[in-house]
Every structure is written in C-alpha cells, then in structure tokens.
Design a protein around this ligand. Structure first.
Ligand code: F0G
Length: 458
C-alpha cells in the first residue's frame, strides 16, 4: 500500500531571522531580573516567542512587493483605494476607515455609539474592547455559551453567543443598549469559533430590538475555516463565500489587521451607515489621521489589501489551523491539560488542572509561563488572574473562571519542528509540576497591571 503523502507548509522560506537558544541558567537569571514577568524580557532572550499572534506574521513576497508601491500622498493615496475596494469586496460593507490597529477602530466606533451607563453585549469582550467600553462609561456584558467555561467540553462552536440570554437581556435593557458585538474567533475563550447559525441568530435578535450589530473580525478567516470544517451545510462553500455570509448579517466590523490581514501593523472600521462613517471619520482625523490613511503609511495599506486576499486561501488556512492543532494534539498525547478543542490561533494550557496545588491568588498560569520559559526558552502569555485585575468596587482580585497560559502561534513564522520543541518543554514542566511554586507581587500597577507587574516566588 502506498503511504498517504502528508501536506507540508504551503510556502518556501525566502528570508530568515536567526533565533538563539540560551542556556537554562541564562534563562533563569533573565526571568528573575524581569521580576518573573514575561513582558519584561527582551525578545532576543526568547527562543520561541508565543506571546501573541498579533503583528507577528511573516508577510509574503507579494505583500513585500506591494510595500514598494506605497503612494504616500496625504490625501487620496492609490493604496487606500485598493484597500477600500478589497474590504468592500470581502466584507460587503460600504464604508471603510483605516486605523493604526484594531483598538483604534474600537475607539472610534464606541466613541460615536456609546453613552455613559449603557451596556455592550458581546460573546466575550477582548481586553481592549472591554477597556474601550469602560473608558466611555459603558458596561461590558459577556453572553458566551456556558460550554466556553468547561475546558474539556468538545462543543464545536464554543465561541457562540448564548442567544436566549442575549434576548432576555435585551428584553429588559434594550433602551440602554446601543449596539451588539460578536468576537470571531472568541480570543478570550480560547480562540474558539462562532458558527454561522449563531451569527445569523445574533443578528436576528439584534434586529428584533432594532440594534446595530458589529463583528470584531480580527480572526474572521480562521473562523470561516472552522465553519467549513464543522458546520455541515458549509462544506462545499469557499472561504470567501462563508466570509461574505458572515459579514452579510452585520452592520459593520472592527478589524485588527495584525491578525488575519497578515500584516505587522494596521486595522480598520467598516460600516454600512453613512452617518456613522462620517462621525467616525471626523473623530478619526483627531486620533488617527486623514480618512484616506488613518495612521498608516500607504505601503502598509497596500500590504494589508494583499494580505486580506491571501488569508482566504484554503491551503493557507488548512496549514495554519493544522499547525495549531498539531501542537495541541502533541500536548494531549503527553497528557498536558489544555482547553479543548484546540482553537484557531493558540493552544491554551489549563493552569488550574496543570498546577492544582497553586491557589489562584498565587497566579498558577503566570508561574507556568515562568517555568516554560526556563525549561525551553518558550514565551507564552498569562490569561488569568494577573491579567484580570481587581474588582473596582471590592478591590479584590477578579478571579476568572479559566486560568490559562496562551501559546499563541504567529502566522507562517515557525515550523512544526518548533512545535515539537514547545510540546516537549511543556511535557517536561508537567512532569516536575509538583515542585513548581506560585508567585506573589512585589510591584502592582493600579491599571493594566499585567504589563509591568513584578513578582517573587512564594
Ligand atoms: N479584538 C480581539 C479579539 C483581539 O484579539 C485584539 C488584539 C484586538 C481586538 C485589538 O487589536 O491589538 O490591533 O489593537 N489582540 C492581541 C492578542 C493583542 O495578543 O490577542 P489591536
């Protein structure tokens, strides 16, 4: 019997960036000097950097070629028109405003739409979205399905909104809700996808109460790939068709192009409503720049337009989602507890099950991040108590339901050999888990404490 031929990365590597493996002693010293905070490390001290998939993609030769065609006119750059046409074709939205990154699009949208005291429902707010809602005096509310909080539930769309709860909330508070949002994929819940059935249902509920519906679209193509794999009626559709249908139910989207537009910087706000576009672009002049560049160089807009088309290629997405799954499957083989099923852009280690002897107030996910760095030079990011911050009313830690170390895979950057290294490093830490101790603060900033916190071992 001939063996089935495996598929390899759908690209050849043309430019390389050297990385260096340090010794365990060097790493132990560096992380102690950084106050046991992974954000305090220099990137050159890291062997495999899984802090984020944001802005860390490798661009294609076609995108780099586009960088040479930058039209740096202050107004009316040709790259802006190419980007506008691309966004219109892919999303179907009428108006597009470039921004320097995703949170800037959130800022403009919420500045225009949200008044103090109003609620914003979402499946799960990403931190920047939550921060922008709070900044405008609003109240973020998460209505993700309960399966999202069960780390071993195999539910295929753990990013879905609990539509019944959303409906009940709107029945009571519709007057105080200016818009409904949905994050695809759901980053804070483990990179979990949202089904098309759910997107349609959310839009119907929003319509029932006359509320505009916006998608946080950072990882829209990865979400579409999951729909194609897991939602039976979409198997024969192309990714572009699925993406078009996803956006067809919404009134607009915010986008961090640092994810699924395969660029290192950039974002946009896309909307159908002209008055909203006008208000946002007026404010955009204040925060971002003239509406045809929005804080970006012409060359950045060109790379973004090209990346938005590339990300729809199915062989790319099969490789991308496949690589994240490859890492997740290895970890499961080694018995390492992770959030299942594996999400689109990252594998999330479940620190509560990994280090059950460390109480949440001693930051098990942070401690795990420190150990993984010392073990293999791998830098993940804590999504747990340190990130969650304190409850503004009680001053107590805002203990999250899930305590996770996110191993975020940059796009087209690492090979599966790197995934093997990561998996073995995790397995080694798992083997010596009983000896891992927790952490306590020696410095804690009043806001966004996770970036600058310093710790000591308990
Ligand atoms: N929405 C989601 C779901 C995100 O994951 C991010 C960024 C943003 C909005 C904001 O976009 O960074 O371009 O301003 N996520 C990164 C991460 C930072 O590491 O998950 P931005």
């Amino acid at each position: 019997m001939p063996k089935p031929i495996p598929t390899a990365e759908p690209f050849r590597i043309k430019v390389v960036e050297p990385v260096k493996l340090t010794t365990r002693e060097e790493r132990a010293e560096k992380i102690a000097a950084a106050g046991f905070n992974l954000f305090g490390l220099k990137s050159t001290e890291v062997y495999i950097d899984l802090l984020t998939d944001s802005g860390t993609s490798a661009m294609s030769d076609n995108q780099w070629a586009g960088m040479m065609l930058g039209d740096e006119a202050y107004a009316g750059s040709k790259n802006y028109f190419n980007l506008e046409r691309t966004v219109q074709e892919i999303t179907g939205f009428r108006y597009m405003l470039p921004t320097h990154q995703g949170r800037a699009a959130e800022n403009l949208l919420l500045y225009v739409m949200l008044a103090p005291g109003q609620f914003v429902p979402n499946n799960m707010h990403f931190d920047t979205t939550k921060a922008h809602v709070l900044h405008k005096g609003g109240i973020p509310r998460d209505f993700v399905v309960p399966e999202a909080y069960d780390p071993t539930s195999q539910y295929p769309f753990k990013g879905d909104m609990d539509v019944a709860r959303l409906d009940a909330f709107l029945a009571e508070h519709a007057n105080d809700v200016p818009l409904v949002m949905l994050t695809v994929t759901c980053n804070s819940g483990g990179g979990q996808p949202v089904s098309l059935k759910n997107i349609r249902a959310v839009s119907e509920v929003a319509k029932k109460y006359g509320k505009p519906f916006f998608i946080d679209a950072c990882r829209f193509a990865e979400n579409a790939y999951f729909i194609k794999q897991r939602e039976p009626s979409y198997q024969a559709k192309t990714i572009a068709e699925i993406v078009a249908e996803m956006f067809s139910y919404a009134d607009g989207c915010t986008m961090s192009s640092k994810k699924d537009a395969l660029v290192n910087i950039g974002g946009f706000l896309a909307v159908n409503d002209h008055a909203l576009y006008q208000a946002a672009s007026g404010l955009g002049v204040l925060f971002e720049g003239f509406p045809t560049y929005g804080g970006l160089a012409g060359r950045d807009m060109e790379a973004m337009a090209r990346g938005l088309r590339e990300v729809l290629e199915e062989d790319y997405l099969a490789y991308r989602i496949g690589q994240v799954k490859y890492l997740g499957d290895k970890l499961l083989e080694y018995g390492v507890p992770i959030i299942e099923p594996v999400g689109g852009h990252a594998v999330y280690l479940d620190a509560k099950r990994f280090l059950p002897h460390i109480p949440q107030h001693h930051f098990p996910a942070q401690a795990l991040g420190v150990e993984l760095f010392v073990e293999g030079g791998v830098r993940g990011v804590e999504i747990g108590t340190n990130l969650a911050g304190r409850n503004p009313k009680t001053g107590e830690h805002d203990f999250p339901a899930l305590e996770m170390l996110r191993l975020t895979i940059p796009r087209r950057v690492y090979t599966n050999r790197h995934m093997d290294v990561i998996a073995v490093a995790c397995a080694n830490v798992y083997e010596r888990r009983a000896a891992v101790t927790g952490l306590r603060y020696t410095y804690e900033a009043p806001i966004l404490r996770h970036f600058t916190a310093r710790f000591e071992r308990t």
